[in-house]
Ligand binder design. Structure first.
Ligand code: NAP
Length: 242
């Protein structure tokens, strides 16, 4: 079977690391990006230079029409998607819940939960045999007080979606799992208003350090692989013991 992986939000961070690893493992990879076209195209060039197969497709995965177009385009360029990594996610400036506007709360749900729902639904309609991995966060268990309760709640929705869909698709040969990263060195923390957040908190972690995007990518790739053939509905923490 030709394995075709769609990785959402893959222009940088964990998504880019995952796309690179999957390409090395022999997947043809569709790199989705929203605005960072140049980074996505650089990644395609890098994968192709290493002998891999990749294309970049722009889409805002929080929008229904974009998601349908993304799957259509991936299929047109590479063939039907067999593996999906719902990696796209976003958080906004650190804030207490009392100070949060409704518009921001809804935007966070749209970016993290609605996007995951839309891509999962499209995959459930199209993938005959394969696997899905959703990027959650340990914030779903911790609640992210004084920082991003909205984001934690959205990732809680991702966990529930993962569990339920895994059961719905178990009989049809599609496994659905999630990876829950802890504190990983990516630019997402700068978007939250604190670029040095991982270093500030690293010494409080049981392993005493933050994680690298490549360490998360390994867990995603393993859950997608046949080596995880009896695993579905599971949430794997990649959080250094957090
Ligand atoms: P990142 O460096 O900020 O990358 C996120 C990527 O998602 C960007 O390429 C961004 O592209 C894309 N994206 C955001 N919204 C999108 C949308 N609506 N449509 C398409 N693409 C979109 O983040 P990361 O740290 O690698 O995080 C990856 C995933 O892991 C996220 O789901 C995140 O919540 C989760 N996670 C990360 C950490 C961590 O410590 N880094 C911890 C727990 C969970 P644009 O810039 O073009 O929008």
């Amino acid at each position: 079977m030709t394995k075709i992986a769609l990785v959402t939000g893959a222009s940088r961070g964990i998504g880019a690391a995952t796309a690179k690893l999957l390409a090395v493992q022999g997947y043809a990879v569709c790199i989705n990006y929203r605005v960072q076209k140049e980074l996505a195209e650089q990644l395609v060039t890098q994968i192709q230079a290493g002998g891999g197969k990749a294309v970049a497709v722009q889409a805002d995965v929080s929008l229904e029409a974009d998601v349908i177009r993304l799957f259509d385009e991936a299929e047109r360029l590479l063939g039907p998607v067999t593996h999906l990594v719902n990696n796209a996610g976003a958080l906004f400036r650190q804030s207490r819940l009392v100070d949060m506007e409704l518009e921001r709360f809804n935007r966070t749900l749209q970016a993290n939960a609605t996007s995951c729902f839309l891509c999962c639904r499209e995959a459930a309609r199209r993938i005959k045999q394969g696997a899905i991995v959703n990027l959650s966060s340990v914030a779903a268990q911790l609640g992210a007080p004084f920082e991003y309760i909205d984001y934690a709640a959205a990732k809680g929705a991702v966990n529930s979606l993962t569990k339920g869909l895994a059961k719905e698709l178990a009989g049809q040969g599609v496994r659905v799992n999630a990876v829950s990263p802890g504190l990983i060195y990516t630019d997402i923390h700068a978007d939250g208003g604190e670029p040095g957040r991982v270093d500030r908190l690293a010494s409080q972690l049981p392993m005493g350090r933050g994680g690298q995007p490549e360490e998360v990518a390994q867990a995603v790739a393993w859950l997608l692989s046949d080596e995880a053939s009896y695993i579905t509905g599971t949430i794997v923490d990649v959080a250094g013991g957090r």
